[in-house]
Design a binder for this molecule. Structure first.
Ligand SMILES: NC(=O)c1ccc[n+]([C@@H]2O[C@H](COP(=O)([O-])OP(=O)(O)OC[C@H]3O[C@@H](n4cnc5c(N)ncnc54)[C@H](O)[C@@H]3O)[C@@H](O)[C@H]2O)c1
Length: 147
């Protein structure tokens, strides 16, 4: 495992690892309590056991349809409703588990729900590992246009 510290005004770490074996250590180190996972159907079907060791931490999970079509305001509004239903508060950490689509949606949700909640990206595509999970950029499409 390699930890790269990004020393911005609000510092964060990028963990480089090929397995989920260090997640436990890292969750402890960062004092991560309850988690809410946002993922997509395909990632969920391939990696359904990825967070198995953390079942006691998981408050809930939201699974979007895989693909660009999901990156829309309606999805985001629906996620807010589910977060409210599960009483997710600002102490909870949202996990974006998937590619750039999931990352952009979950990032937008985390930056706006309750005026900002903790967010961890677990990026599963090359583009999300190299670009969309870095720097906190996020958003959604309107009428098929990236805004
Ligand atoms: N915020 C940013 O700075 C930024 C930068 C670049 C791209 N993006 C956005 O990212 C999106 C593109 O990202 P993407 O290419 O990751 O697309 P994506 O999230 O749609 O993923 C592509 C497909 O790969 C599947 N997938 C994900 N992980 C997988 C895995 N490990 N194994 C098998 N299948 C897997 C997904 O289910 C999906 O069907 C675009 O919406 C783009 O606008 C954002």
């Amino acid at each position: 495992m390699k930890e790269i510290k990004v020393n911005l005004k609000n510092p964060y770490s990028v963990i480089v690892t090929s397995t989920n074996a260090q997640l436990n250590f890292w969750f402890e180190q960062k004092k991560i309590g309850k988690i809410f996972i946002i993922t997509d159907e395909r990632v969920e079907s391939i990696y359904k056991d990825y967070f198995k060791n953390f079942e006691n931490k998981i408050i809930g999970k939201y699974i979007v349809k895989a693909g660009e079509e999901s990156k829309r305001i309606e999805t985001i509004l629906d996620i807010y409703r589910v977060l409210l239903k599960y009483n997710v508060d600002r102490r909870c950490t949202i996990i974006a588990f998937g590619g750039g689509v999931v990352g952009d949606i979950a990032g937008f949700v985390a930056s706006t729900y309750k005026r900002g909640t903790h967010l961890v990206y677990v990026p599963s595509t090359i583009i999300s590992q190299t670009d969309s999970s870095v720097g906190g950029k996020n958003g959604f499409n309107l009428d098929g246009i990236k805004i």
